[in-house]
Design a protein around this ligand. Structure first.
Ligand code: ADP
Length: 495
């Protein structure tokens, strides 16, 4: 049995911006279910209301040393709700760092300029928290750049303390975000210039938190084997390929799972009708309800394509909305389809989408974070489009498979690992892969989907069924995390 502290900027249901918050909580629950003592440390952002969330305030504040100064933070405590496993969650409360709206930056804006301080406080605070609890973990499992400093502290300031045997594991949920800030922010970490050069922070004369985290972690994981291979290449490594290569067999890809109790077509409380792979006709009724909700009238026989997620470049919006109207506009004008997009993100892309939706009656856009509508789209849509430039794992295509919305996805990272391209000769597959993320290839993949929908109902049903019975469960993934923990502990204890 391992004692594991997860250090993270997001943990569902308290704080979730993307897939990270979902993955961390689900991973913690499964590891705990398998008998490990797993706890989570996360900031108490301003929007986490202690009263509404029933958080208990610890009577003692934490003193957190950061170089020559000491910051004081309160600690709130709770557990992950609605799960059998008991996963304690500790919230660091600090008005100066977290008493404002937003997680990484103002909603829809750039990152906060003091993010190094905000997340140094979380990471340094994690050690003080353990001391306060008199609970020294075997593993400090950090997530993405906000948690990355933990591994650095383990190898520097905490190398000869009661944490000397604690191993550092770092999971990269998205290596595109690295926590790169001006060099003078190094002072906020409480580390010296010697560490800037020696501990892996230096990156084109700036501070790179993720790079330092990778260098100091005993093992590093990412969220799919395909993405793990891709980020070892100069094309997709975002400058981290060199340092990742050095990790050699201490770097692995472990696919995320999804929570099949939440994402269950037979019990989902957000759905007006329930269905399974044996009662696909019920899906039609949900499609009708979805179209009513988003005021997408007429077009009964047209295939409905859904998109859900952050409206940013990574998700392919640059290509879909790019020059020449050959992307989304051509799809909506030339193909006999209806499209619904749910998401929030870049203001420029939102404006462009709103503009397109005013011109195109078969395109609806909803700029909200709306879980109910997300479930309804997965269940009601015929296809789910996800033309990401890169995708560490991706969750929405997994929900789509489960909900019978045939995924049309780019041939990259976790998407390629989880969606099997339709092979008409063998009648096998679970979705349609887009060759390259260009407007031409996206158009061609959508056209292929529309043609199948119009001309080959049997193929569509078969694709849906094969997708719906696939399972990407956390049980298997948690076992792989344990292997990575074992390796990290062995390495730490040898050093
Ligand atoms: P990423 O983590 O890169 O944002 P993922 O597909 O891995 O993308 O996970 C995104 C998660 O957030 C999914 O669970 C998705 O359903 C959810 N999500 C994103 N945007 C919205 C939105 N506007 N409304 C509801 N859920 C959303």
């Amino acid at each position: 049995m391992y004692k594991v502290l997860m250090i993270t900027s997001e943990a569902e249901p308290f704080a979730k911006v993307g897939g990270l918050g979902e993955a961390v909580s689900a991973m913690a629950v499964e590891l705990s279910r398998q008998g490990h003592d797993v706890r989570i440390a996360v900031p108490r952002y301003y929007f986490i209301d202690p009263v509404k969330e029933h958080l208990r305030k610890n009577s003692k504040p934490l003193g957190i040393p950061l170089g020559i100064r000491e910051e004081w933070a309160g600690v709130y405590e709770s557990v992950l709700p609605n799960v059998k496993a008991k996963v304690p969650v500790y919230f660091l409360d600090h008005e100066g760092c977290y008493g404002r709206d937003g997680v990484y930056g103002p909603w829809g804006g750039e990152g906060f300029s003091d993010n190094v301080l905000r997340y140094a406080l979380l990471c340094r605070g994690a050690f003080q928290l353990c001391r306060m609890l008199d609970w020294i973990p075997d593993i400090m499992h950090s997530h993405d750049w906000p948690g990355a400093l933990c591994g650095v502290y383990l190898k520097t300031l905490e190398s000869r303390t009661e944490f000397a045997r604690t191993a550092a594991v770092l999971t990269l949920h998205n290596a595109g975000y690295q926590g790169v800030y001006p060099k003078d922010t190094m002072a906020h970490t409480g580390l010296s210039w010697e560490h800037f050069y020696g501990s892996g922070f230096e990156y084109y004369d700036q501070v790179n938190l993720l790079q330092a985290g990778i260098k100091n972690a005993d093992t590093v994981t990412t969220v799919s084997p395909g993405y793990a291979r891709e980020i070892l290449t100069p094309e997709k490594g975002n400058g981290l390929e060199g340092i990742l290569r050095e990790k050699d067999n201490r770097f692995t890809g472990i696919l995320n799972g999804i929570d099949y109790s939440t994402w269950n077509t037979e019990t989902d409380p957000f759905l007006p009708h329930h269905f399974s792979e044996k009662t696909l006709e019920e899906k039609e009724k949900i499609k009708t309800r979805l179209k009513e909700q988003i005021s997408l009238t007429a077009g009964k026989d047209k295939p409905l394509i859904g998109m859900i997620g952050r409206i940013v470049d990574q998700k392919g919006y640059g290509v879909l909305l790019g020059y020449g109207h050959t992307g989304l506009e051509a799809i909506c004008r030339e193909l006999d389809v209806q499209v619904v997009i749910l998401g929030t993100g870049s203001a420029a892309y939102e404006q462009e989408l709103a503009h397109l939706a005013r011109k195109l009656p078969n395109l609806k856009v909803v700029f909200q974070f709306n879980t109910q509508l997300a479930h309804l789209i997965e269940a009601g849509a015929d296809f789910f489009l996800m033309p990401s430039l890169f995708e560490p794992c991706g969750l929405n295509q997994l929900y789509s498979l489960r909900y019978g919305a045939i995924p049309i996805v780019s041939n990259t990272g976790g998407l390629a690992d989880t969606v099997e391209n339709y092979d008409p000769a063998a009648g096998k597959g679970t979705g349609i892969l887009i060759d390259q993320v260009t407007s031409q290839d996206i158009y061609a993949a959508v056209k292929k989907a529309v043609d199948l929908y119009k001309n080959d109902k049997a193929a569509i049903e078969s694709l849906r069924r094969q997708g719906m019975v696939k399972r990407f469960s956390w049980t298997h993934s948690a076992e792989k995390y344990i292997q990575s923990y074992e390796k990290a502990i062995a390495i730490r204890r040898q050093s």
